[in-house]
Each structure stands twice: as structure tokens, then as C-alpha cells.
Design a protein. Structure first.
Length: 244
């Protein structure tokens, strides 16, 4: 996975609009939802291959805009007041929770029900990691979304049972519940924003760039929408996209 392969995919799709999993306003977008210029430092780091650089999904926006200036690029994520702080807090929670899961002192006390969910969760997690090392084509097969639905169906009852049964994990439950609610709220807001763009740009070809964990949620919500007759959801490799 890299910027060039994603750029090639976009060239074949020939989108009129690209929706990016980012919020507005932000360092990347103005309050008018316009893409800001790529910071000079980010461009230098990318060219030299040093330091932290934008993801391929971010860099491709600037590359595509350079070659196709008329492209419309818009953010569609929910607004988070301090996005960086939010993700840092989530990472800290994950680190604490997984340190408990990975400690035999605690995992050895799991009930048969918890152990069954734990092993299935580990299997799906390993599957997800292996998937991230593959191509965009591999990552966007329908069976991947099915596996992710299965993973989320296992995750909540497993996490909740651990948070309820282990005293050391109990302090982590309030944040988990709050974040679980926000996850659903975020997916619903993303879907709402996508629908707004569909209505704003009728008859156009819209590409949605989103992460795998959100993708199947958005597809399910879009398929359930009363406005579903306004659009057709296709994978980037669908032969129907060649008819243009």
C-alpha cells in the first residue's frame, strides 16, 4: 500500500468528489471545508523519507489535486474539539487494557466463556494485522467486512466481561462505555455527512476514503438509509466503474 497505488486506483475511477476521513476545521481543512496546502515540512519529510510523514491516503489527495485541479475534496468525519488529545487518550486506554489482557496473572483467571472469546478475538486481530500488510484490493474484499462485523460482535461482550470480572480493569470501564457510544455516534455522523454530499453533488461519482473499521459500519448505515435510492455503493474494482 502506497500513494502511487492509491493514485492509480483513483485515476481508474475518475471521481468528481473525494471524501476524506477528517474533520473541519483542522490542520488539513479550513472551516469552509477546503483542503489546505500541504505543509512544507511534511513535503520535505516525504521526499527525504525521514521522520513522521502523512499517510498514503492523505498524500494522494494532494497528488490527485495537482494532476486534476477540478477535483472536489471534502472532509466527512465528526468534529472533535481536540482530535490529537482524543486519540492519545484512546491509545493510553488501549495500552492499559491490553497490558491486563496480556498478563497471565489475569488471563489465567478467565472463565471458559471468556477464554473462547479471547482466542477468537486474538485470531481475528492477527487476521486484521496480516491484512494491513496486503494490497488495497485484498483489504476491500467483501469477506473482510464480514470478518470485521464478526470481530466487533465478539469485542464488546468480551471487553465488557473482562471489565466487569477483573477488579484491576474496573476503572477502565467508564471510558470504554463512553467511547463505545461515541463510536456509534461518529459512524452515524459520518453517514449523515456523506448523504449531505450526495445531495449537494447529485449525479457525481464520489469516492469515500475511510478506514477498515469504519467501512462496514458506513456501508451498513448507508444501505439502511431512506435515501438509499439516491446512490449506488460500489467497490473500486467493480467493472461497472469502467462505464464512463
Amino acid at each position: 500500500m502506497n500513494t502511487d497505488s492509491l493514485f492509480s486506483i483513483l485515476q481508474k475511477i475518475k471521481p468528481d468528489v473525494i471524501l476524506d476521513e477528517m474533520q473541519s476545521p483542522s490542520r488539513q481543512y479550513t472551516k469552509e471545508k477546503e483542503l489546505r496546502k500541504l505543509p512544507i515540512t511534511a513535503g520535505i519529510r516525504t521526499k527525504l523519507g525521514i521522520g513522521k510523514k502523512p499517510s498514503p491516503e492523505k498524500l494522494v489527495l494532494y497528488k490527485y489535486k495537482k494532476f486534476y485541479p477540478v477535483i472536489i475534496i471534502r472532509p466527512f468525519d465528526i468534529y472533535v474539539e481536540d482530535r490529537r488529545k482524543y486519540f492519545l487518550r484512546y491509545e493510553a486506554w488501549e495500552k492499559n487494557f491490553y497490558s491486563i489482557l496480556n498478563n497471565p496473572k489475569h488471563s489465567n483467571t478467565f472463565s471458559p466463556f471468556q477464554k473462547k472469546l479471547f482466542y477468537e478475538y486474538l485470531r481475528l486481530n492477527n487476521y486484521m494485522y496480516d491484512l494491513t500488510q496486503k494490497s488495497y484490493l485484498d483489504m476491500n474484499q467483501s469477506h473482510v467486512s464480514d470478518s470485521l462485523r464478526q470481530m466487533l460482535a465478539i469485542t464488546d461482550p468480551f471487553f465488557t466481561s473482562v471489565l466487569d470480572s477483573l477488579e484491576i480493569a474496573a476503572p477502565l470501564k467508564p471510558y470504554y462505555e463512553k467511547n463505545k457510544f461515541f463510536w456509534g455516534e461518529r459512524n452515524e455522523k459520518m453517514t449523515s455527512n456523506i448523504l449531505e454530499y450526495v445531495e449537494q453533488y447529485p449525479g457525481t461519482r464520489i469516492v469515500v476514503l475511510t478506514g477498515l473499521l469504519h467501512k462496514h459500519c458506513l456501508i451498513d448505515l448507508l444501505n439502511q438509509s431512506p435515501k438509499k435510492d439516491l446512490y449506488k455503493i460500489l467497490e473500486f474494482y467493480d467493472p461497472q466503474l469502467e462505464k464512463r
